[in-house]
Every structure is written in C-alpha cells, then in structure tokens.
Design a binder for this molecule. Structure first.
Ligand code: ADP
Ligand code: ZN
Ligand code: ZN
Length: 794
C-alpha cells in the first residue's frame, strides 16, 4: 500500500537536495507512481511546489503534509532515470532536482494546465459521467471521486490528456472529415450558392476522408464550415507528430556491404550486446565508414528487440546525417536537437516514451532519452567539447552513457577520427577496447595531401588579407575544373574588433572585459557574451582621431574579399549569422550539394560530417585562432579541427588537397595535422600533459566564483582555497585563485581555482561543503560553479 511519498521538490538548494516525505491521500493512491510529478505544500507558507516522486515508504510516526495533486497519469520519469540522478550527483555538483529536470523536455518543466479530452473509444456512459455535455474538461475541475476512474481510462487510451502551457497546446492534432454522402446527394443548395455547389460536386466525386485544412484552402473556410454545421461533413481529430512531414520526405536506402575492417568492428561490438563489457573506442580516419558501422550495429540491436541511442554533436546534426538514419530505420527513429521547437521536442519524447521510437539520434541531452532495454549507445565525434554541458547541471554525456550502458548491459561505442587524449590513453591502458578503421571506405577515395602556407612568407604579396597567392591559385584551378571548394574561417562577424591606430583604443563591452565585434548586417557593434549592442564608432572616443580601423577577420569580410577577387565564382557563406533561421543550414548544404555553388565559406560548422564527392580543395584561412587560447587543450582542439576539416576533401574518386594558412607553421599541432599523424600528436601531447600534470595523468575540478565586487570576490576566493587546503591531502595541486581569462562578463567578475588530483577520498564531501557554505546569508550574492573535468578553461 502506497502511503507515504518521497518527493524531491523544485527548490535548488543544498538544504532541499534530498527527498521529503508526504502523506498520500486515499483518492491519489492509485494515481501516483514513482516518477510522477506532484504538487506538494512546502515551507511555512505551504506554497505549492512541483516535485518528483522518487520512492514510497510504508509509514512514519510523524504527522505529514499531504500531496496536493498528481500531475501525470503516466509517470514522466522511470526508475532508471531516478537512480541515474543519484549516481550522477557524485560528480555533478548541481542539485538532484536540476538533474531530474534535465531529463525531461522543457514543456514538462513549465507551468501548465492539464486538459482531458474524450477519445472515440470512450463509452457513452463514461463520457456522460465524466464530461457531461462538455467537449473537454480541465483536470482542476474534475470531480475528485472520479480521479481513479479517469486515470484508468487515460492509461488505456480512452481519454486523451493535453497540457496547455502558456496557452499553447502541447499535442498537435489534425482535423479530418468524413463525407455523409447520403445527405449530401439529397440536399438542394440552390443555384446562387456557386461555391457551395462546387464543394458539393467535389465531395460527391471524391468522397474518401481528407483533411479539413485542405478543403479550407481550396474552398474557403466559411463554405466548409457550412457543410460541417449541416452535417454533410463529420469531423474527427487525429494526434500528429510534428516531425511526420520531415520523416515522410526521406527515401529508404539499403545497407552497404561492409569492408573487412568495418565488418570486424561490427562483429566485435555486436557480440557484446547484452553482456557487461568495456566501452569501445573506435578510431577511424575521416571517411572510413564509421557511420555505416553504426548503422549496422543498430540494425543488429533492433533485430535483438532492443533500442539504441546515437549522440552526434549539435552542429553535425545536419539533414545529411539524420537522413542516413531515417532512410534505414524510418519511423523507428526519433531526432532530438536544440533546433526543434518545444512542441517538436515534446513529440519526439512522447514517441520514445510510447515505444514507437527505438533509435534516438540527438545532441547531448538525448543521452537521457527514456528508452527501455537499450542495446547500444554510440557517441560519434567523441572528442567534441559540446558533450559537456557548460551550464547547470554540468554533466558530460560520456559519463552518463557509461552509467546507462552498465545498467542495460548495452555496448558503448565512442567513435572519432581524433579521439580525446584521455580516451586514447584509456584505450592504451585497456580500460577501453580499441578498434580501428585505417582506410577510407570508398575504395576509390584517397587520403588528401596537406600543404602549410606561412603568412609571413607572403607579406606584401597578398591581394587580400585572408588569401595567400598559393590558396588563390588553387581555388582558381578548381573553379576552372568545375570542382568544389570548402573554406574555413574559425570566427564569426565582419571584423573582430575596432581599434584606434593613434591611441590604441579598443571598443569594448561596458559589462564584459571583451572587445565588441562588428556586424555589418545589422551595422552594430555586438558583445558575444551579454548581447550588448552599440553604434559603430567613426571617431575615437578617447583621442577624437579619425584613424579608427577594423582589425581581425570574419566570414563576412572574407566573403567580400573573395567576391571581389573571383567575381564569377558562386560563393555561399555559412556561419551563425546566415543559419539563424530555421532550415537555413539545410538549404545552404542542399544548394552546395546540388552544385548550386562553387565555394562554401564558413566557420567551424563546416568542418563536420559533410560528405560531398565533388569537393577537391579545402582551405583553412587562419589556423591560429584556436592555437593561442589560454587553455591546456588549445593544441589538441586545433589538431582535431584541422584534421576534421581536411577530411572534407577528396571523399570520392577525385583526389583531395588541403591548404592551411598560418602564422605558426612550425607549431606541433599544425605539423602533426599536416602529416595527418594522430599517433605522433598523441605521444607528443601526452609528454606535455605528464610534465604539466594535466589530464589524463591528473583529474581536474574547476571552481568559478563570481561577484559584482572584485575585492570581496578575491577575499571569498581565498577563503575557498583555504578550505580546500585544509581538507584535502598534500598530494592535491591547487591552482589559483586567479582571474579567468575573460575576467568580467555581465558586470560580474570571475575568479577560478583549479584542483588537480589523482585519488582523493574527501573531495566530494569538501565540494559539497563549499556549495553549502555559498548559501549562507553572508555569501548571498556570491555565485559558484563547480565543474568536474572542465572542458573550457576560458
Ligand atoms: P565516417 O563516418 O567515418 O566519416 P562515412 O560512414 O560517412 O564515414 O563513410 C564515408 C563514405 O563512404 C560515405 O559516402 C559512405 O556512404 C561510404 N561508405 C561507407 N561504408 C562503405 C562501404 N562499406 N562500401 C562503400 N561505401 C561505403
Ligand atoms: Zn584614439
Ligand atoms: Zn558584454
């Protein structure tokens, strides 16, 4: 008997980071489940808070407050997810409620009203008792004695539940019609009602069911409405999935026959499905057919009656990518990424929850997809930093994947052409099973040749700032051969900043210690951190000089230069500015793929996953931007990016070439990228990491403290460091506190402390202590972020 519910309430504080007990009133006992969302009174004022039921108890001695309302007929979380939050809490210094909420589509975390709608199958008696003469009923108005009955009917699908969030319907429906042919043929509409006669004629000739929306389009809605009101048309509603149209447009494709290396990988992986196994690291060069391998693994998983999750970095979730999965597995696929509307996300979630979707392809948060019986979890481009969430809760999808794979005895495959140094080291130590693909899958494709061009060698010879003569000659050559070119510039905006040549004044954001970026499309100076906008200065605000100039480069400037140099070339630009609109990304790639442009010029979003056979030249305009960042992973990131972008060239018969322009041609990251020598890079980088005690030799935790008052912040930061020193062992290295590389944003100063450790039993407890300490009244405006294995030191 469920008498007491254990509830985690939506109050993200250390003191409330545990379940509270509530009495379950009799009328709710059959309705409530583990994973249900509830409203419960909390605190002295008994304000109603939302919460999740995580467990039940039989009894307790003390008098308890009661659960006020159960929000769901079907629990929104399952037991695995609730356990997952408990396990994650050891390394993610956020609160359980934040972890649980991260597992749900945002629509279910917002305030809404629950609406009950009878379905066709509901018996006339039940309909009368529950709904009376109403078409639908708000759950708030439901007679409480009927709650159990309604729950039963909702669970068996006879009552539909809709959530009205901020006046928006979460469930999308389409209205269809039936023609009442008998009545329609007998009616006389008179000769003057021309429109009505037309519709009558049409319906008598085409009397199968159809969509009301289509009739409205062809015959105007007042006419259609007249027909409905007179009973010539009967209407009914059908639930829709917002992505049905998108899925409908994808054609089926066949599985490719694997080559021996691919087959070997698929065999090694699939034989472990359903057993506890080590994670697999699949290191396969670009174009080696990793995606085809994933498709075969999933095929096997489905044949075993199991399900699969495929994680792909957000910017690689191109239509090209998703189509490959949909074209093989059709409606069994659900796609989840941030480009979807809240409603679309909710639909995909429901599709998974109901069991229709068995293969989830998505970005980071798709790792929480509520699949049952998982057979495989695949993380493509496992080196991507985007798998770490940079805001609360700061989890890494790989860590979550490890926990879920263990729970389900699923295989976990981490795939990349350039694995992180950490993952590759784990493979060397046997923590991961190491699998490799060393050849391009298309037997005619070859590995591209790479040329490094030193900007310093061509000073004074350039026609335009972004293009060396070597690169330009190469581009001209491809244009003449009717081949395609991809150019990458790792920056957005027109110019990066504005500087006075006389006094050195730089136009900076008043809220953040960072220069403003010039945007020609909006003719403004923008802050990329806080969104501050200002006019473009014509004279220097400090010395009134007119020698104010634009420095740095941007995709738009490169585009303008290129257009002036090659007036006949058809160029498309792809960056954050040109892809802001929904579907724009898709359109650009489609145009380029169909040969509608000769040159694709873009930011790093072009480095991933593009597979166009006619691309024979890839140019990297400036390899240095990521090299000089104050982050120990700067070299690794640069190497990865250059290798990825080089992989876009020569993917079919035509040989590919890569030109990298740089001011640092001898930097090891660029040299190893030039030789496409991952192993060389790995060994060199491991040496550096060992010398500097960085991962994978040490684990790291980053603490970022923020406050408006810098003096106070420094003071508090030292207090935190003292706490760490006194509780942790001598072996731990503590760096800082130091100002962050970008020391101020949104009018807040930021200081950071880095902890480096190998084994440290006390660490979790100390960090939780610090979290609790920051909530003392004395520290009211102090903010803290505790980041386990931070991926971004900026
Ligand atoms: P990766 O994910 O490693 O970059 P893909 O799976 O995208 O590689 O494969 C690269 C190209 O090779 C694609 O065009 C794909 O269709 C093709 N390909 C993959 N496997 C095979 C195969 N076994 N036979 C023929 N072509 C293949
Ligand atoms: Zn000046
Ligand atoms: Zn700013």
């Amino acid at each position: 008997m469920k008498k007491i519910a254990q509830v985690i309430v939506d109050m993200p504080l250390m003191q409330t980071d545990k379940p509270f007990s509530y009495d379950i009133p009799k009328h709710l006992r059959d309705v409530i489940s583990v994973g249900s969302r509830v409203h419960v009174p909390f605190g002295n004022g008994n304000r109603l808070l939302q919460g999740f039921v995580v467990d039940f108890l039989d009894e307790t001695d003390t008098a308890l407050k009661s659960v006020a309302e159960v929000l769901d007929f079907e629990p929104v979380l399952n037991k695995e997810q609730i356990e997952l939050a408990d396990k994650m809490r050891h390394t993610v210094f956020s609160y359980k409620i934040s972890l649980l909420k991260a597992m749900l589509p945002s629509l279910l975390n917002s305030q809404y009203e629950k609406l009950l709608i009878p379905r066709e199958t509901l018996s006339e008696d039940d309909r009368q008792v529950i709904f009376g003469s109403q078409f639908s009923l708000s759950a708030n108005d439901l007679d409480k004695t009927l709650e159990n009955k309604v729950t039963r009917l909702a669970r068996s699908g006879q009552i539909q539940v809709d959530y009205l969030a901020k006046d928006r319907k979460t469930i999308k429906t389409e209205t269809f019609y039936n023609v009442n042919k008998q009545r329609l043929s007998e009616v006389d509409l008179g000769n003057r009602a021309k429109k009505r006669l037309e519709l009558q004629q049409y319906l008598l000739e085409n009397s199968q069911d159809g969509k009301i929306a289509e009739l409205n389009k062809c015959f105007s809605s007042p006419v259609v409405k007249y027909f409905i009101e007179h009973g010539f048309l009967e209407t009914y509603k059908v639930e829709q999935n917002r992505s049905d149209d998108y899925f409908g447009r994808v054609e089926e494709t066949d599985f490719l026959t694997l080559n021996a290396q691919q087959q070997n990988v698929v065999d090694s992986v699939t034989e472990k499905i359903g057993q506890e196994s080590k994670p697999f690291l699949l290191q396969g060069i670009t174009g080696s057919g990793k995606t085809e391998v994933y498709l075969h693994i999933i095929d096997k998983v489905l044949k075993l009656g199991k399900t699969a999750i495929v994680l792909v970095p957000e910017i690689s979730l191109t239509p090209q990518m998703t189509h490959r999965f949909i074209s093989r597995f059709g409606n069994q696929v659900a796609i989840m990424h941030s480009g979807l509307s809240d409603g679309e996300k909710f639909d995909e979630w429901r599709k998974i929850k109901s069991g229709q979707a068995k293969v989830v392809v998505g970005a980071r948060s798709a790792i929480f997809a509520p699949l049952e019986n998982i057979g495989a979890i695949i993380i493509d481009e496992e080196h991507e930093a985007t798998y770490k969430q940079e805001s609360n809760p700061r989890y890494h999808a790989r860590d979550v994947a490890l926990l879920r794979a263990k729970y389900h005895e699923a295989v976990l495959v981490l795939g990349s052409a350039t694995p992180t140094i950490e993952s590759r080291a784990r493979a060397s130590k046997g923590v991961y099973e190491f699998l490799r693909l060393t050849q391009r899958a298309n037997p005619l494709a070859t590995i591209p040749t790479v040329q490094v061009v030193d900007f310093k060698d061509v000073i004074g010879q350039q026609e335009a700032s972004n293009f060396t003569p070597v690169l330009l000659d190469n581009i001209r050559d491809r244009l003449a051969k009717k081949e395609q070119v991809v150019l990458m510039l790792n920056r957005r905006g027109y110019s990066s900043f504005v500087m006075c040549r006389d006094c050195g004044y730089v136009d900076e954001c008043p809220n953040c210690d960072i220069s403003l970026t010039l945007h020609m499309d909006t003719r403004t100076m923008n802050c990329h951190y806080c969104g501050h906008q200002a006019a473009i200065p014509n004279v220097c605000p400090d010395c009134q000089s007119r020698s104010i100039r634009y420095y740095g480069t941007g995709t738009q400037k490169a585009y303008d230069e290129l257009e002036a140099l090659l007036p006949d070339a058809r160029i498309i630009r792809m960056d954050v500015d040109t892809t802001r609109q929904k579907g724009a990304h898709e359109k650009i790639l489609e145009t380029f793929g169909n040969g509608g442009a000769d040159i694709l010029l873009g930011t790093q979003m072009i480095a991933k996953g593009l597979d166009f056979p006619n691309v024979t030249l890839v140019g990297v305009l400036n390899a240095d931007t990521s090299l000089n960042l104050p982050d120990f992973r700067a070299a690794e990131r640069t190497f990865q990016l250059l290798t990825q972008v080089a992989g876009r060239a020569g993917r079919a018969e035509k040989a590919g070439e890569v030109v990298i322009q740089t001011y640092n041609p001898n930097h090891y990251a660029i040299q190893f990228a030039k030789n496409q020598d991952y192993e060389g890079f790995y060994n060199y980088e491991m040496d550096i990491r060992r010398q500097l005690s960085y991962p994978p030799y040490y684990y790291t935790v980053g603490l970022t403290l923020s406050h408006r008052d810098e003096t106070l912040l420094v003071n508090k930061s030292y207090q935190v460091m003292e706490k760490l020193r006194s509780y942790l062992s001598e072996k731990v290295k503590i760096l800082g506190p130091t100002p962050k590389p970008i020391a101020r944003t949104h009018n807040l100063y930021h200081y950071q402390i880095i902890i480096k450790y190998r084994f440290e039993d006390n660490l979790e407890a100390v960090l939780n202590d610090i979290l609790e300490w920051t909530q003392e009244p004395d520290n009211k405006d102090l903010r803290i972020a505790i980041d386990h294995e931070p991926q971004n030191m900026m």
